[in-house]
Design a protein around this ligand. Structure first.
Ligand code: BDP
Length: 592
């Protein structure tokens, strides 16, 4: 889905602010047609944001089910154009009404959706916008979960991913106008020929009589033009997008009356002899798995936090991150393009593994793939998530790998049956980028059954923490053994470590450098880095996690997951300085 962009033919307004809000305590609002009237007995709620931590009311924080948001707005003048209402994301399911009439439903908490509301509003007149938001996770949602009841008969939500189930209207809500005949999609694929860039484009604009494009360089100067819905353009002496160099061109598309500016970067991505090449040069990933997580706002997008997080990552000389464990806000992807950060883009398929719980322990008492648990319907939803993610993010030069799942079950025949069509779907949706999934520690090379379907090996490993706890000598041996095992089976696939690191309580100091201390984090991370340096096939280190983050409470988590390089308020743990030194050195040696 195209992002909202202003142009001569498109105008947008943002509907963020303080909305009316109401918890649907008995999940009976639909039956009672709450949308038909203005909501009664509401309380204020900020949009965008997770609602959970904004109030200090457990009935809001812990509610399982539906909450309602509402505001009024004035419809702009849109003449002959269409008026579109667009949500960046609503977690996890949304039903949207205009003056009581349903205009959209959407499942999946991390991708955008929109509705044409032209016929339901009048320019200059006020209308009521009501959004019912459901936070429930079930076996047929991605991520999955289930609900049972406690002794008091209340619903209790269970899920298997290690981050808090924040919910709400997480990203901006916009109203925008566009002509009836309009650009609805564009795919841009680039190549490099010497000093020139090759730009292939394909525009979809149903009903358009005439389609023309022009290419603007990063300074905004026109460098090429072409006619037609598809074409190939040569940009001579191009300014290539590269890690650390966010050079962005614009393909300005005109389809009859509509003008849509699509940004892109000219760059190539390729895997060759276990190397990961960007613009033909070996690239080494330095960075983290991250979360959209912050104090009070939960998963709500916030530009202050976004810019700050990138500043912190740059301070540390990181060059990449993974959008663990779901698609991030479009603003983040745009900013990564601009800042020249390299991104592994992940679907929300996390927690599809009944052999593990938050962390890696514990059988969950279910079979992962079965008609009653993750089944064909789940897979269809998962496939849609893959296709929609690729549709949204395909033109971002920052995206270099699609990660279709995090730590799923992959050691059974059922898992191969589940994943083979999904790997295929990702390749169909984007034949140009490597596809992978992130492998869990119990899916060792001897047991794992799906790596041959993918281009890269992405490993989350906790030697020294969940196993060999505190025993770094043993941990190192086991880590080396495992890498050797992968190389034997797949000598030509690059390996990226997408998670490693111990929980570390900021301020916990220890002469004996034991687990949970800041000293132990330094030692364990250093051990991993020493091992990586011995293997040219390891082409990336993305530690877990950029910052401490909120999880469900449990005996393994103290106020959340503490594996951050930084605290939840983004202050450095001791290890951050050490890693900074290493990464600055690597940047100086390898280029960005
Ligand atoms: C892995 C998961 C990640 C967890 C992490 C941990 O991919 O979401 O937060 O381990 O246990 O299992 O800290």
């Amino acid at each position: 889905m195209l992002s909202v962009r202003d142009s001569i033919s498109r105008h947008s307004t943002v509907l963020d602010g303080v909305w009316n809000f109401k918890v649907d305590s008995h999940n009976s609002g639909f039956a009672k047609n709450w949308e038909a009237q203005p909501l009664r007995d509401t309380r204020p709620m900020a949009v965008p944001g997770s609602y959970n931590d904004v109030t200090v009311d457990a009935d809001v924080h812990d509610h399982v089910g539906v909450v309602w948001y509402e505001r009024t707005a004035i419809a702009p003048k849109y003449g002959e154009d269409r008026l579109i209402l667009r949500f960046g994301s609503v977690t996890h399911e949304a039903v949207v009404f205009i003056n009581g009439t349903q205009v959209a439903t959407h499942k999946g908490g991390y991708l955008p959706f929109e509705a044409d509301i032209t016929e339901l509003v009048k320019p200059g007149e006020e209308f009521r916008l009501t959004v019912a938001v459901d936070n429930r996770l079930l076996w047929q949602s991605i991520p999955p979960g289930y609900i049972d009841q406690n002794e008091a008969g209340e619903d209790v939500q269970h899920y298997w991913h290690d981050f808090y189930n924040y919910a709400g209207i997480h990203r901006s809500v916009r109203l925008y106008t566009r002509p009836a005949v309009h650009v609805s999609d564009v795919t841009i694929v680039t190549d490099i020929a010497g000093a020139d860039g090759i730009v292939k484009y394909e525009v979809i604009a149903e009903g358009a009589r005439k389609i023309a494009v022009r290419v603007l360089d990063p300074k905004g100067t026109q460098v090429a033009t072409a006619d037609g819905a598809t074409g190939e353009i040569r940009v001579s002496n191009a300014d290539f997008w590269a890690p650390g160099h966010g050079a962005l061109y614009t393909l300005e598309i005109t389809a009859d009356e509509d003008v849509y500016p699509q940004r892109f970067g000219i760059r190539t991505v390729e895997i060759k002899d276990h190397q990961f090449l960007i613009n033909g040069k070996p690239f080494y990933f330095r960075g983290y798995g991250r979360h959209e997580d912050n104090i009070i706002r939960g998963k709500g997008h916030d530009n202050v936090m976004m810019v700050h997080d990138f500043e912190v990552m740059k301070w540390q000389a990181a060059n990449s991150f993974r959008t663990s464990h779901y698609p991030y806000a479009e603003e983040v992807m745009d900013y990564a393009d601009e800042q020249g950060f390299v991104v592994i883009d992940e679907t929300p398929a996390v927690g599809l593994n009944m052999s593990i719980g938050g962390g890696i322990f514990g059988n969950q008492g279910f079979t992962t793939f079965s008609p009653e648990t993750a089944n064909d319907a789940t897979r269809a939803v998962h496939e849609q998530e893959i296709r929609d993610l690729i549709k949204r993010d395909k033109n971002h030069p920052c995206v270099v790998i699609w990660s279709i799942a995090n730590e799923p079950e992959t050691h059974t025949d059922a898992s191969r049956e589940y994943f083979a069509p999904l790997a295929q779907a990702a390749r169909e949706a984007d034949p140009t980028r490597p596809v992978g999934y992130v492998n869990v520690m119990i899916s060792t090379p001897e047991k794992e059954k799906i790596t041959d379907l993918f281009d890269v090996i992405m490993l989350n490993r906790y030697y020294g923490w969940y196993v060999d706890t505190g025993a770094l000598g043993d941990a190192e041996k086991h880590l080396r053994d495992e890498i050797d095992g992968w190389l034997k089976l797949f000598p030509n696939k690059p390996i990226i470590f997408t998670e490693y690191g111990p929980d570390t309580l900021s301020g916990q100091k220890d002469y004996f450098r034991r687990p949970w201390s800041e000293e132990f984090q330094e030692d364990m991370i250093e051990m991993f880095h020493k091992v990586f340096d011995d293997y040219p096939e390891v082409v990336g280190e993305q530690m877990w996690n950029f910052a401490d983050f909120q999880t469900t409470p449990g005996i393994m988590r103290v106020g959340g997951n503490k594996k951050g390089m930084f605290t939840r308020d983004r202050l450095p743990k001791t290890n951050a300085y050490k890693v900074r030194q290493r990464w600055i050195q690597m940047r100086d040696q390898l280029g960005w």
